[in-house]
Write a protein that binds this ligand. Structure first.
Ligand SMILES: NC(=O)c1ccc[n+]([C@@H]2O[C@H](COP(=O)([O-])OP(=O)(O)OC[C@H]3O[C@@H](n4cnc5c(N)ncnc54)[C@H](O)[C@@H]3O)[C@@H](O)[C@H]2O)c1
Length: 256
């Protein structure tokens, strides 16, 4: 039997006939995840609460108009998720829970509102979308995928982020539990823990501060949104069918 040499072509992911939902998919990391799925032949429903970000995404993704669906959704609101789920044009194969916010303050200064806003979006939001969408998955598929975006902060904590670290650690607990409960139903459920990722927000930071952040990373650079999208596509692929309940750090080694 001859062995086929790998080519660049057959190493790429193929999501033809697959459909994904990406929450917070209109900008930042979520937008890159969306774009990577679309470029790999998949269809994506972007769930985002920002009308402006959705409008920009619509313009930027105009060449993929047959593959992309936009829904203005607030993941903290059960009714908003239910309405968006009812409007979906396709059954779901992949759910990427990416929407997230920060309200950073030291514990002494953190208000109840700061706590509630972050827990509601970054943890309860995942419960809402996953609970409501679990019924919308392609019933016949044996490769249903849920990928949750946590953070290295959920693994080791961070000054000024009591709310965010608690929510992101909660995401890890939820991921492992769902991996146990839903495995028999044809799902894999995994989390990604990004480190310092370069986004529109970090681009506005002074170069000195960015250099200091990069210096803490063993590979001596910030991560890119593509680094996270590559990991999401891998965990969503057929090739990752035996990976379940794991937390994949995509952080250049910063948690070591
Ligand atoms: N950027 C980083 O360095 C980094 C590091 C670790 C983890 N993360 C995580 O990655 C994810 C994406 O981060 P990002 O940097 O791209 O952020 P971002 O602010 O650029 O994008 C977040 C998106 O989520 C949307 N969103 C926020 N609240 C929502 C809600 N209630 N309902 C629906 N949509 C909502 C926003 O409109 C936005 O489009 C987040 O979960 C974040 O915690 C980011």
């Amino acid at each position: 039997m001859s062995v086929t040499q790998p080519t660049t072509e057959n190493l790429k992911f193929n999501f033809k006939n697959k459909t994904a939902i990406v929450t917070g998919g209109a900008q930042g990391i979520g937008f890159q995840i969306t774009l990577s799925f679309l470029q790999s032949g998949g269809s994506v429903s972007i769930w985002d609460y920002s009308a402006d970000a959705l409008e920009n995404a619509k313009k930027e993704l105009s060449s993929f108009s047959n593959q992309v669906h936009f829904a203005q959704v607030d993941v903290t609101q059960k009714e908003s998720c239910e309405a968006a789920a009812a409007s979906l044009p396709w059954p779901v194969d992949i759910l990427v829970n990416n929407a997230g916010i920060t309200r950073d303050k030291s514990f002494g200064k953190m208000s109840f509102e700061d706590w509630n806003a972050v827990i509601n979006t970054n943890l309860t939001g995942l419960f809402n979308t996953t609970k409501i969408l679990s019924e919308k998955f392609n019933a016949t598929s044996k490769s249903k995928r849920i990928v949750n975006i946590s953070s290295v902060v959920g693994l080791y904590g961070n000054f000024g982020q009591t709310n965010y670290a608690a929510a992101k650690a909660g995401v890890i607990g939820m991921t492992k539990t769902l991996a146990k409960e839903l495995g028999r139903k044809g799902f894999t459920v995994n989390a990604i823990a990004p480190g310092f990722i370069s986004t529109a927000m970090t681009e506005k930071m002074p170069k000195e501060a960015l250099d200091q952040m990069a210096a803490k990373v063993p590979v001596a650079r910030l991560g890119s949104t593509e680094d996270i999208a590559n990991a999401v596509l891998f965990l969503s692929s057929e090739q990752a069918s035996y990976i379940n309940g794991t937390v994949l750090s995509v952080d250049g080694g910063v948690v070591i």
